[in-house]
Design a protein around this ligand. Structure first.
Ligand SMILES: [Ca+2]
Ligand SMILES: [Ca+2]
Length: 359
């Protein structure tokens, strides 16, 4: 197998040839268009005749009237991109013998007819798509393959090709969640979320400049912030330092803010002793807290406030009530049969009953 030789080429041509070979490897961010003559086939890897049999400057093929090409770059800046249609780099590479040209946007350029060619266009920070070519005389589309193929223009033919460049989004999306599994009544819609100091709609993609941005939100009274995280496109956690997140270029960052209502609860445990001071478990014990029936030894969520504890059992009387705070939050205080709980407190109350005739 012969290896391609670049010896007879200038450095610029060598670079172009390498670019052409590289194009075969489907580089990201570059759209390549091969046009025309769909029945033909071409492989650069086996085409060592380029450079060996057809040195630059010695064109043994018949001289043809040239063709013409105009390229049009469309630039979509819907994600804060700032490039213009003049910025993409568009080249056309023609084989046997090899020529390489940079095509200026919307400029009719002379171009060898009857020879295979490929067009490439790229723009940093943009996704580029080849949109096809048309014959400017007939308006008909010119057959083109999306990847490296052939364009063999007819003499005098003028072809117009279009590339579309769309700025790659750097975006952030913030989901705001509120969990009310205790006694909370706030909804996520009540929580304002701000990006760089401006309130934003939750669960919508927002385009941003890459770099540092501030995130803030209403921290609800009576709620814990249980989550404040951001992840990159591939799911990697991104650091949030004092509400500042650094958003890498081209990433679509998802953030979640979650707040969970802090439970305030009351639990009543009933202890019943008989006349011999033995523990018994009679049926018919009724527990109510401010008139609401409670099950024995089962805490229930309540709003912070004051609650009357009432325990009834025929033939028995309450002899003792004691409440402690089972939480590291809030406070519990007892005044007779009335317990007050502040936010986050868990009143664990123990109510002792003894036979009525003993009291
Ligand atoms: Ca875009
Ligand atoms: Ca909760």
């Amino acid at each position: 197998m012969r290896t391609p030789s670049f010896i007879s080429f200038s450095p610029a041509i060598k670079a172009a040839l390498l670019g052409l070979l590289f194009a075969l490897l489907a580089p990201a961010g570059i759209a390549a268009a091969g046009l025309g003559n769909p029945g033909a086939n071409h492989s650069v890897g086996n085409d060592s005749a380029v450079g060996e049999d057809s040195p630059v400057g010695e064109d043994s093929s018949p001289t043809l009237e040239p063709a013409y090409i105009t390229i049009a770059n469309r630039v979509n800046n819907n994600n804060l991109g700032t490039a213009t249609k003049a910025d993409p780099v568009t080249t056309i590479e023609t084989g046997e013998p090899f020529t390489f040209m940079v095509l200026e946007d919307r400029t009719k350029t002379e171009w060898p007819a009857g020879r295979q060619s490929a067009i490439f266009s790229s723009l940093d920070g943009y996704d580029t798509k080849f949109k096809g070519c048309t014959d400017t005389a007939t308006g008909e589309s010119v057959s083109a393959s999306v990847f490296f193929g052939l364009i063999v223009a007819e003499p005098g033919q003028h072809i117009r090709c279009v590339f579309a460049h769309n700025d790659i989004a750097t975006q952030i999306r913030i989901a705001n969640r509120v969990f009310n599994n205790a006694n909370g009544t706030v909804t996520a819609a009540d929580v304002a979320v701000a990006l760089d100091g401006h309130e934003i709609a939750p669960k919508q993609w927002i385009s941003v400049e890459p770099g540092a941005h501030s995130l803030s939100f209403d921290q609800l009274d009576g709620y814990d912030v249980t989550k404040f995280t951001c992840r990159s496109s591939n799911g990697d956690a991104l650091a949030i330092n004092a509400g500042i997140i650094d958003i890498p270029e081209g990433e679509r960052v998802r953030c979640v803010i979650a707040q969970n209502d802090i439970p305030t609860r009351v639990r009543v445990a009933v202890v019943v002793r008989d006349a011999s001071n033995q523990l018994i478990t009679p049926s018919g014990v009724e527990i109510s807290v401010d008139g609401v029936e409670f099950a024995d030894r089962k805490s229930q969520s309540v709003a912070p406030g004051e609650y009357d504890i009432d325990v009834q059992l025929d033939g028995f009387s309450v002899t003792k009530v004691r409440c402690t705070n089972g939480s590291d939050r809030g406070a519990v205080a007892l005044d007779g049969d009335s317990v007050s709980v502040t936010e986050g407190a868990v009143a664990r109350c123990r109510v002792v009953l003894r036979p009525s005739y003993n009291s």
